[in-house]
Design a protein around this ligand. Structure first.
Ligand code: FS2
Ligand code: SF4
Length: 540
């Protein structure tokens, strides 16, 4: 196997024996086959689009399948076999719709017949290998990987929006035309660099679509206090990012006596009016995804993983955990979208909490509408000098000790600064009591990593208020990355011309020295250093 797509990749180079995330070589081979099959499907979808043929099933499948290959989403071999089979059937169906004279690219690339059994398909995956030629030019490879991982992030956002009924064909078109180009020897470094920047642009459209889907369905988040303890009674824990799954479960458990708790990236759900209106959406349990193996065992009800990040379920809670949507783990029960009967039955059969326990609370709901609602106060505080600087400290969390940087960074921010945060990286400091500047809390939780659009809108609105560019604001971005949504967000920030971003805990293994050099020269992108040095430099 060869996988280097996330921040915790082995030795900072690539997972080649087994995945640090728990991905087995067989699953890596199956994901390689699926990516290859998606590239073939994309060549036909791209050609079909040029001939005016749009196939919604192909579009929907493409984003779900790509999302399934994102880190910590799907580890189930059978599901990948099913997806490859479906991919081939969609491809063959598209072939029959195309005009009889295919374009030269298609003529030069005869499609592959994929095996129908798992052992054979795994063997085929090992032979096909990684989609991008590992022996080729390091910079061409690096840019193509950057593009593929960015596309995975775009696909995740598009899939989330699709579930709520929002889609945009430009997004599907870009994914198909880009995947179709992977490996094309006629493209040079500038072509790939341009595609990478276009990926950032299309990701902005995908995030905007998701923002519209979330806010039109669930309302704009409002500041909300979320208990970290529990109350006596039956319970279900919901993790991941899929707000629709949470809403369906809240509907299905009304008046059942079952309390619903959020976990990980689901915490910001408490701020949405159409979700917080359910009194049995009680509180948040546990912390970031990488702590689930020790935290899930003590939860006395079933756990529903709606999206990433799932880790290998341990024996002591294996029977209580369910997956949904694109998530999968071999042998773990999968709840089809919207049908949570088995999860609810499990909650009724399990003991639930026997007592009430108060463990304090945290505030959520400071998405763009809430923050811009107090824009006058923020602007006045900046002008008076009470608010000297704003930091956006957010992104993904992970297990590496180097991630303590982000905790320490927030702890050491001066009292006359504020911290905006989002993503599961917030768990490094989400319960710190940083106080207020006037009536404005110093720590403002914008939402999930899926809410990066909200953060961008806040920055844009502030730049308009101060009549300057975003790069001229007293605003600095200190981002933690882990998986491929973070890659797509970074590409969007670069596309928007945002400079001086600090990225950690380490730089992506798939970025070659020359590509890094381009990013440093053009965007002043830099790795985090020490908290003291970074704070001093930023505030100088
Ligand atoms: Fe966190 Fe994991 Fe949000 Fe990422 S729960 S690292 O894939 O999506 O952020
Ligand atoms: Fe390794 Fe990350 Fe790939 Fe998992 S997703 S195999 S940890 S690089």
């Amino acid at each position: 196997m060869y996988c280097n797509q996330c921040e915790q990749t082995s030795k900072g180079i690539a997972c080649t024996v087994t995945g640090v995330c728990g991905k087995k070589p067989e699953v890596a081979a199956l994901q390689d086959v699926l990516l290859f099959a998606l590239k073939e499907l994309s060549m036909y979808a791209d050609q079909a689009r040029q001939e005016g043929i749009l196939d919604p099933e192909v579009n929907h499948f493409t984003v779900e399948a790509l999302f399934s290959t994102l880190t910590n989403v799907n580890f189930d071999p059978q599901r990948f076999l099913d997806m490859v089979t479906k991919c081939v059937s969609l491809r063959e169906n598209l072939k029959t719709k195309l005009s009889s004279s295919p374009n030269p690219l298609l003529a030069k690339n005869p499609t592959v017949a994929f095996a129908a059994t798992l052992p054979e398909l795994i063997k085929q995956g090992e032979e096909i290998g990684f989609l991008v030629d590992q022996k080729g030019d390091a910079d061409l490879r690096s840019l193509q990987e950057l593009l593929i991982y960015g596309l995975k992030g775009v696909a995740a956002y598009a899939h989330h929006a699709l579930i709520l009924g929002k889609e945009n064909d430009n997004i599907y078109a870009f994914i198909h035309s880009s995947l179709a180009k992977i490996g094309n020897p006629e493209l040079d470094l500038n072509d790939w660099l341009e595609l990478v920047m276009q990926c950032g642009e299309i990701n902005l459209a995908a995030m905007e679509l998701l923002d519209a889907a979330n806010t039109e369905t669930f309302g704009h988040p409002v500041p909300t206090e979320v208990p970290l303890g529990h109350k006596a009674g039956k319970c279900i824990l919901v993790s991941g990012h899929d707000l629709k799954d949470l809403k369906d479960l809240l509907e299905a458990t009304q008046n059942s006596g079952i309390n619903i708790y959020t976990h990980g990236e689901m915490l910001p759900a408490h701020g949405y009016p159409e979700l917080k209106k359910y009194p049995h959406l009680y509180g948040n349990y546990g912390t970031a995804w990488q702590n689930q193996k020790k935290e899930f065992v003590d939860f006395p009800g079933p756990i529903l993983m709606t999206t990433n990040c799932i880790q290998e379920p341990q024996e002591n809670y294996r029977d209580n955990i369910f997956t949904a949507g694109p998530v999968g783990w071999p042998g773990i029960k999968h709840a089809p979208h919207g049908d949570f009967a088995e999860v609810i039955a499990k909650a009724k059969a399990m003991p639930g909490f026997s007592n009430d326990e108060d463990k304090g609370s945290v505030m959520v709901g400071f998405a763009r509408n809430s923050v811009m609602g107090v824009a006058d106060q923020i602007i006045a505080a900046v002008k008076s000098g009470d608010l000297k600087h704003i930091f956006l400290v957010g992104g993904c969390d992970g297990a590496k000790p180097g991630r303590n940087y982000f905790t320490e960074f927030v702890e050491k921010t001066p009292d006359n600064t504020a911290v905006l945060t989002l993503g599961c990286g917030k768990y490094r400091f989400y319960d710190k009591q940083l106080g207020t500047i006037g009536d404005i809390p110093r720590l403002l939780d914008i939402g999930q990593c899926n809410d990066a659009y909200s953060a961008i809108q806040i920055a844009v609105a502030l730049s308009q208020a101060f009549e300057c560019g975003v790069n001229d604001l007293p605003l600095s971005m200190v981002l933690s990355w882990y998986e491929q949504k973070a890659v797509s967000i970074l590409l969007t920030l670069l596309y928007l011309g945002i400079k001086d971003i600090r990225l950690g805990p380490s730089l992506p293994a798939f970025v070659s020295p020359n590509v890094l050099d381009v990013l440093v020269k053009n965007f002043d992108l830099k790795p985090i250093s020490t908290v003291e040095q970074d704070l001093t430099t930023i505030l100088a």
